[in-house]
Design a protein around this ligand. Structure first.
Ligand SMILES: Cc1ncc(COP(=O)(O)O)c(C=O)c1O
Length: 372
């Protein structure tokens, strides 16, 4: 059969480079430290695990399709109106729903050059064209985003902090972006790592959503709450955006186990604080120690660091990746993010962090280029 006679996906779908998740194994290595997906080394709250297990007694029941108890729990924790919250199967689900609801053929959606990969994927999937706005020093640049706006622009995706760079846009700049964008352009603030941020010039998006009609904020339970396996995220938006997303989301897009675990996780503030404290300590330590080895590290406010390697045979990011992987230390190649000379490392346990620094010291210090 000729290709034209068989069913065809919408334009753009076959232009997508499928998302490749971080590696999770190292062949032939018994003990592996996975530092490639920005998962928390502390795991979820034990209360979330107990709540998850309790759902196992009632698997015959459909979940509450509108995640009422979860939205109320999020509303209590963040001081938000639960009616302005939509939950999803991870924030990926919500980002795709936003693209589906607001983009169609011929439209454009802006992301930044090293922005999170799901943005161009979701954009192409809905028939629109992704436009990359250049960054400055590996950070989103509001002027470059504004310059990229055309009459076709419908959505701007901004990860703040950004993955994989760990950089952020201060609140004043985010406000300037919102103020200057045409009012019909939806600004999506993806704050997947907001809980880790310790900066008083940062705002995840709550204030801007509350005071405007064209901003939506996405959050996740996959990172600091340690529930990545369950797929749970939420958005906070204006009533009209919430209404649109609710019309197209799957009626049971959040499963009962995820919902129960999320409610318990959000209530366990002691666990949250312990996770933040762990990250504060080791994020700072890693940046200092890795720089001491002569490697450049992009300043990060999230739970990972971007480490740059020279483009010299035997010293490259690919060489470092192979060297570390043989020792069971799995970092993330970020070539797909247009960063071929860097590796992203998640802040891990004390043991994992120390092992990576020691292995990098060995890698950097190995005299013979290409020594394995
Ligand atoms: C910036 C950003 N947004 C969203 C996500 C998706 O998170 P999830 O779908 O697990 O909620 C990630 C995960 O890596 C991320 O880095």
């Amino acid at each position: 059969m000729s290709a034209l006679k068989r069913p065809q996906p919408r334009p753009g779908v076959l232009a997508i480079d499928p998302y490749v998740p971080g590696k999770s194994s190292a062949p032939g290595v018994a003990r592996v430290f996975k530092l490639s997906s920005n998962e928390t080394p502390l795991g979820p709250s034990p209360k979330a695990i107990a709540a998850y297990k309790a759902v196992g007694e009632h698997l015959e029941d459909y979940p509450d399709g509108s995640s009422t108890a979860l939205r109320e729990a999020i509303g209590r924790a963040f001081g938000l109106d639960p009616d302005r919250i939509v939950c999803g199967a991870g924030s990926d689900d919500l980002l795709n729903l936003i693209a589906d609801a607001y983009l169609s053929d011929g439209d454009e959606a802006i992301h930044t050059t090293h922005g999170f990969l799901i943005y161009p994927i979701a954009t192409l999937g809905s028939g629109a064209t992704p436009i990359a706005a250049p960054e400055k020093n590996h950070a989103a640049d509001v002027d470059a985003i504004l310059t990229a706006v055309t009459e076709r622009t419908k959505v701007v995706f901004l990860a703040n902090p950004n993955n994989p760079t760990g950089t952020y846009v201060p609140f004043d700049e985010v406000k300037r972006l919102q103020r200057t964008l045409p009012p019909h352009v939806l600004l999506v603030l993806d704050a997947a790592y907001a809980e880790y941020v310790r900066r008083n010039d940062y705002e995840a998006g709550i204030e801007l959503v509350a005071t405007s009609e064209n901003v939506v904020m996405c959050r996740t339970f996959s990172k600091i709450y340690g529930l990545a396996a369950l797929r749970l995220g939420w958005l906070y938006g204006p009533a009209h955006v919430v209404d649109a997303i609710n019309r197209i989301r799957g009626p049971f897009n959040v499963n009962a186990a995820a919902s129960a675990a999320g409610i318990a996780a959000i209530a366990d503030t002691a666990h949250l604080e312990a996770s933040r404290a762990h990250n504060d300590k080791w994020l700072a330590w890693l940046q200092v120690e890795i720089r001491k080895l002569g490697l450049e590290v992009t300043p990060s406010i999230a739970n990972f660091v971007l480490i740059h390697f020279p483009d010299v045979e035997g010293r490259t990011a690919a060489d470092a990746d192979a060297f570390l992987t043989r020792r069971g230390l799995i970092l993330r190649r970020v070539k797909a993010y247009k960063l071929p000379n860097a590796l992203r490392m998640t802040v891990g346990s004390e043991e994992a962090n120390k092992l990576v620094v020691a292995a990098l010291a060995e890698f950097v210090g190995s005299k013979a280029l290409g020594r394995k």
